[in-house]
Ligand binder design. Structure first.
Ligand SMILES: [Zn+2]
Length: 417
């Protein structure tokens, strides 16, 4: 990343010059910009203390022989070498290997606001500050499409430099290829691409661009209400708009799965009723969430809405980030999973077939494990009393089956841009 090095040297030189000119505080602040990406990454992405003790052998064996899938992580938001083991953040290639992960979603967020009251003011946009402090190209300071393109390019470099250990999964054929390679003993990790929040679609990108560039999941909402619909964190938390309805129909036409994580309750209800009305044929995803029946947090989905997603053939991905869970420990993930399985069983479904996991790693959150800690999740699920066959489903078999059915047969041609 030569441009980054140039920007780092420029920040240090400018800071030194300001100190020399008699502006020591300002000079040090400017020089510290060159380390801003490390400081923000270290402060934002933390892990709760791990419980003492090893993962029991039976849990380790079950874990290694399972297809483990993570429905959500914001890995390429961060400027670090994702090929080597880092002491900051949650995900990198060595930790994916240690965690026995077979399929990792890499999700691209493009806007997050300090307060929804000032969502249009660029100073309220945390991505403005993040782009500035990590010395990214100036177009990413203000433009959501530029941020999406920047993260897409970073993912391309990560996959390209991995020597085949990372493989993009954009089609049923590529998913089958991943399974074949793993069955042959290769330590390859599949990567699927999602967009978190539709902000970039407001500002220049469109759905065909997403489809051509490999995005297979789109989260309708993130941290603020948009012209498509309301966010769980938004000011008005409204339902779907006419533009949002058009977006949902277009995503359906381009075989992009809709993710309802972060959506307001009214938006979730509106999308569910589009499904019930026959406008949506594809099942829905809630990639990373907690559940209100276990922990009443505004970010979590209600039991009623989770059940409606499951009835439509969808998946609920239980998250590892602390505010979504009743406690800051891995047993709380298992408790949430068991609550959903039981809720769905009692409603006459095969409950474990509609529950999955979506860590929210590297999402500027504190999580109960990092990517190397996945076997602890398996151990906690077994300890909570879930039978082995159902643990396998939740760990990733459901996600594999969901996308084996819902991905397009072949990848579209990838365009530059
Ligand atoms: Zn999120």
């Amino acid at each position: 990343m030569p441009m980054f090095r140039v920007a780092q040297v420029a920040a240090v030189a400018t800071g030194g010059w300001l100190v020399y000119c008699g502006w020591p505080v300002l000079g040090l602040c400017v020089a510290l910009l060159s380390l801003g990406h490390i400081l923000t990454d270290r402060l934002a992405n933390r892990v709760a203390p791990a419980p003492a003790g090893e993962v029991p052998g039976a849990a380790g064996d079950l874990h290694r022989s399972s297809f483990v899938a993570d429905l959500h992580a914001d890995v390429v938001l961060w400027r670090r070498d994702h090929l080597r083991r880092n002491r900051r953040g949650h995900v990198d290639l060595p930790r994916l290997g240690e965690g026995g992960v077979a399929l990792q979603f890499v999700t691209v967020p493009t806007k997050m606001v300090f307060t929804p009251r000032l969502q249009r003011l660029f100073l309220s946009d945390l991505f403005f500050w993040g782009s500035l402090f990590s010395l990214q190209r100036p177009d990413t300071w203000f433009s959501t499409p530029a941020r999406a393109r920047c993260q897409l390019a970073r993912l391309g470099r990560w996959v390209g430099r991995s020597g085949g250990r990372l493989q993009m999964v954009r089609s049923r054929g590529e998913l089958a290829e991943l399974e074949r390679r793993r069955a042959a003993g290769e330590e390859v990790v599949g990567v699927m691409l999602g967009l978190e929040g539709a902000h970039a679609l407001r500002a220049g990108l469109d759905v065909p661009w997403l489809a051509e560039n490999g995005f297979r999941v789109l989260g309708l909402a993130h941290f603020n209400d948009t012209r498509f619909g309301g966010s769980a964190h938004g000011l008005k938390k409204r339902g779907i708009t006419a533009t949002g309805r058009e977006l949902v129909r277009e995503l359906e036409r381009h075989a992009i799965t809709i993710d309802l994580a972060h959506a307001s309750p009214a938006l979730i209800d509106d999308v569910l009723s589009m499904g019930e009305g026959g406008e949506l044929r594809r099942p829905l995803l809630v990639s990373h969430t907690g559940v209100k029946g276990v922990h009443d947090h505004r970010r979590n989905i209600s039991d009623r809405q989770a059940l409606a997603v499951a009835r439509g053939g969808g998946l609920i991905g239980v998250s590892f980030f602390v505010p979504a869970l009743p406690r800051a420990e891995v047993g709380a993930v298992a408790e949430t999973v068991c609550h959903l399985v039981d809720l769905f069983d009692r409603a006459g479904l095969d409950g474990a077939r509609h529950v999955a996991l979506g860590s929210d790693f590297d999402g500027a959150v504190r999580t109960v494990v990092d990517a190397a800690g996945w076997p602890r999740v398996t151990a906690a699920l077994l300890e909570a009393g879930l039978p082995e066959g159902r643990v396998r489903l939740v760990l990733g078999e459901n996600v594999r089956r969901f996308f084996a059915k819902n991905l397009p047969a072949k990848s579209a041609k990838v365009t530059k841009g």
